[in-house]
Design a binder for this molecule. Structure first.
Ligand code: FHN
Length: 598
C-alpha cells in the first residue's frame, strides 16, 4: 500500500543507480525520516489541485489520419491508427505552435486555483518537447525550435506555480525500446533495452537539471513487462539522487493497481498513488494520492471531442477528491497551434470563480470525518469543517449527522449577509438553519467551527475487509492482489473485473487460518454470452475447477459452490485464475468464502 514505508523506500534511493545499465551507485543511500517525508510532501498536500497538460505531435492529427477518424484518445493515435514510425516522423516538420504562450497557460491554471502544472515532456510516441542532447526526435528539430520546458518552467516560476514533468517510460519511437508494437514493422533484433534505459536516464537527467529544480516527476507507461520493479526502484533512486526534494508518482515502479491507481500491498517506489479517471470510493488514511482526469474524453487534443464535463461536475469532483484527502490533477489538451481549447478555458475560469470564494475548503484540508453525507462532501482543517453542499436543502434545514461537538460558529462562504445561522442539536445530529438559496449551484460551502477537534459518531458499517470471521474466511475483491493484463478492481461493481486475459489472476493471503475442511463458494457474475469459461481456485496445494455459469450480466452476482478442501493450519494463499476453457472473459468476482464444512 502506498504508505510512509514506500516513501522511505523511495528515499533510500538517494544518489545514482546501482545495478544493470544504471552507471553504478554514486552515493550512500540515506533513509528519509517520516518528518523529512512530511516536509517534502507538505506543499503537495496543501496544493490539492493541479493542471495536467498533454501536448505533442499528436495534436496535429488531432484524432484523424488519412482523412479518417481514429478511435481512442488523441495521444494514442500512432498506435490506434496505426502509423508506422517512418510515417509519423514527418509530423516533426509540421510542429509549429506559433500561438503557444506559456504565461497564458500557467495563468489559466493559477486563476483556476491550481497550484502546480504537470506537462508531458515526452509521451509514448517518444517525442521530446525539450531540446535533448541525445536525440533529434525533439522540439529543437521542428520549425518551432523553442524549448517548451524552458518556457513552461520560467512561466511557472514567474507566477509562483510548482513544476511537474510527465515522462513516459514506454517509447514507441526509440529503436532500443521493447517490446515492439504489433503494428511496428521495424526489426527488433539488435534492440538493446539496457541501452534504452540509459537513454531514459540521460533524458531524465536533462529535464531534471536544465531548467532548475523541478517539483514533481509524473511517470507513466510503466505497465509493460520489460519495465520491472528493480528498474523502477533504480530509476526513482536515480531521480532522487539528482533532486532529493522531487516528488515522484507511483508509476515509476510496478505497484499500481491499474486505473484504481493505488499500490497493491507491498513495498513500492513512489510518493503518491495515481487513480485515473476515477476517485477512490473512500478516504485512504495515511496515503497520498492524486486522481487525474480529462475534461472531455481525451488527454491529447482531438478536434472531434466535444463531450465536455460541466463546470459543476468538475467543481464537485474537486470537492470529492479533497473530501477524501486526495489531489485532483485536471487535464487540458492544447491544439497544434498552442492554444488551450476554449471549452477548457471556460471551465477553468468557472472553477476559478468558485475557488475565489471557497479555496479555504480545499487547500491544506484533510479528509472529512463523516461517512457518506446525503447532501454533499466535507473537508476538515483544525476545528473547521467545510460542508460542501451539492444538494441545497430547499427547506433551509441542513442536518449534519453524528456531530458530537458543540458548534462555535457557522459561516456560509460567499454569503453577503454575515449573519449568524441558527444551530439546533437533535440527538447525535446538528441541524443548521440556512437560507433557502445556495450561493453556488454546484457546491455551496458552510464553514462550521466546532468547540474542540471535530468528533463524529458514524453509523456507517466499517469498510469490509478480507479476514476470518466466526471461523469463515472471507476474501473480498478490493483486497485482491491482481496480476496480469487488463484485470482490475471495479469500484462500481465492487468486484474484480476486466478478466479478459487468461494470464490474469487474483490472489489473497490470509494468516492464521485454522486447520479443517472448508466448503468454498464464490460470488460471481457472468454475462450469458461469456459463460462456460473454467476458473481454477488454487489453495492448500489443490486446484478446484469451476465452469463459470451464466448469471445474466456482468453485474448480476450469484453465490456459487466451488468445492471442498482440507487445509492445514497457518497462512493461506488463494489464487484464482483461468483454467482450460476461456471465453470472452472469465467472470466478475466479488468474494470468495471458505466456510467450515458441516
Ligand atoms: O496511456 C496513457 C494515456 O495516454 C494518458 O497519458 C494517461 C494519463 O494518466 N496515462 C496513460 C493511461 O493510463
Amino acid at each position: 500500500m502506498l504508505r510512509r514505508a514506500c516513501a522511505v523506500l523511495a528515499a533510500l534511493m538517494l544518489g545514482g543507480c546501482a545495478g544493470p545499465g544504471s552507471g553504478g551507485g554514486t552515493s550512500e543511500p540515506r533513509v528519509e525520516t517520516p518528518e523529512e517525508h512530511a516536509a517534502r510532501m507538505a506543499w503537495w498536500r496543501e496544493a490539492r489541485f493541479g493542471m495536467f497538460i498533454h501536448w505533442g505531435l499528436y495534436a496535429i492529427p488531432a484524432g484523424q489520419w488519412n482523412g479518417k477518424k481514429v478511435g481512442g484518445t488523441g495521444e494514442w493515435i500512432q498506435t490506434n491508427a496505426p502509423i508506422q514510425v517512418a510515417e509519423y516522423e514527418p509530423l516533426r516538420d509540421q510542429f509549429n505552435p506559433v500561438l503557444f504562450d506559456a504565461d497564458a497557460w500557467v495563468l489559466a491554471a493559477k486563476r483556476a486555483g491550481m497550484k502546480y502544472v504537470v506537462i508531458t515532456t515526452k509521451h509514448h510516441d517518444g517525442f521530446a518537447l525539450f531540446d535533448s542532447k541525445v536525440s533529434d526526435w525533439d522540439v529543437a528539430a521542428t520549425p518551432f525550435r523553442r524549448d517548451i520546458m524552458r518556457e513552461i518552467a520560467d512561466a511557472c516560476r514567474r507566477h509562483g506555480m510548482r513544476i511537474g514533468w510527465y515522462h513516459s517510460i514506454m517509447d514507441w519511437h526509440h529503436p532500443d525500446y521493447l517490446p515492439r508494437r504489433k503494428w511496428d514493422v521495424r526489426p527488433a533484433d539488435g534492440a538493446d533495452f539496457e541501452r534504452f534505459c540509459e537513454y531514459l536516464k540521460t533524458q531524465l537527467g536533462e529535464i531534471m537539471t536544465a531548467y532548475g529544480p523541478i517539483d514533481v516527476l509524473w511517470f507513466d507507461g510503466e505497465w509493460e513487462g520489460t519495465w520491472t520493479h528493480e528498474r523502477g526502484v533504480e530509476l526513482a533512486r536515480h531521480c532522487r539522487g539528482l533532486n532529493p526534494r522531487v516528488i515522484i508518482n507511483n508509476r515509476v515502479d510496478k505497484g499500481r493497481n491499474d486505473m484504481a491507481g493505488l499500490d497493491k500491498p507491498g513495498e513500492w517506489a513512489g510518493d503518491f498513488g495515481t487513480p485515473e479517471q476515477e476517485v477512490p470510493a473512500r478516504g485512504l488514511p495515511g496515503m497520498d494520492w492524486e486522481s487525474c482526469m480529462t475534461m472531455n474524453d481525451t488527454w491529447g487534443y482531438r478536434s472531434d471531442d466535444h463531450n465536455w464535463k460541466s463546470s459543476a461536475t468538475l467543481i464537485r469532483t474537486l470537492c470529492e477528491t479533497a473530501s477524501k484527502g486526495g489531489n485532483f490533477l485536471l487535464n487540458v489538451g492544447p491544439t497544434a497551434d498552442g492554444l488551450i481549447p476554449e471549452a477548457s478555458l471556460e471551465r477553468l475560469a468557472e472553477m476559478g470563480r468558485w475557488m475565489d470564494v471557497n479555496a479555504q475548503a480545499i487547500y491544506g484540508t484533510q479528509a472529512g470525518p463523516f461517512g457518506r453525507l446525503p447532501w454533499g462532501r466535507c473537508t476538515h482543517k483544525g476545528d473547521d469543517l467545510y460542508l460542501m453542499v451539492f444538494d441545497w436543502p430547499a427547506d433551509g434545514r441542513l442536518v449534519v449527522p453524528g456531530l458530537l461537538n458543540d458548534v462555535k460558529s457557522v459561516q456560509i462562504l460567499g454569503e453577503r449577509t454575515k449573519r449568524l445561522w441558527p444551530v439546533q442539536r437533535e440527538g447525535e445530529d446538528v441541524a443548521l438553519t440556512v437560507p433557502a438559496q445556495p450561493v453556488h449551484p454546484a457546491a455551496t460551502v458552510v464553514k462550521l467551527t466546532t468547540v474542540g477537534k471535530p468528533a463524529v459518531v458514524s453509523h456507517e458499517p466499517p469498510p469490509a475487509r478480507s479476514g476470518i470471521k466466526n471461523g469463515v474466511v472471507e476474501l473480498i475483491a478490493t483486497d485482491a492482489v491482481l496480476d496480469g493484463p487488463n484485470i482490475r478492481y471495479e469500484e462500481k461493481r465492487d468486484a474484480v473485473g476486466y478478466w479478459t486475459d487468461a494470464k490474469a489472476s487474483a490472489s489473497w493471503t490470509i494468516a492464521d487460518v485454522p486447520a479443517g475442511t472448508y466448503d468454498i463458494t464464490a460470488d460471481i457474475a457472468c454475462k450469458d454470452s461469456s459463460a462456460g469459461s473454467e476458473a481454477a481456485f488454487v489453495l492448500g496445494g489443490q486446484t478446484l475447477r469451476l465452469t463459470v455459469p451464466p448469471t445474466g450480466d456482468w453485474s448480476d452476482f450469484r453465490e456459487v459452490p466451488v468445492g471442498r478442501v482440507a487445509l492445514p493450519a497457518g497462512t493461506l494463499t488463494v489464487r484464482v485464475g483461468a483454467g482450460d476453457a476461456f471465453k470472452e472473459a472469465l467472470m466478475n468476482l466479488r468474494r470468495v468464502k471458505l466456510s467450515p464444512s458441516r
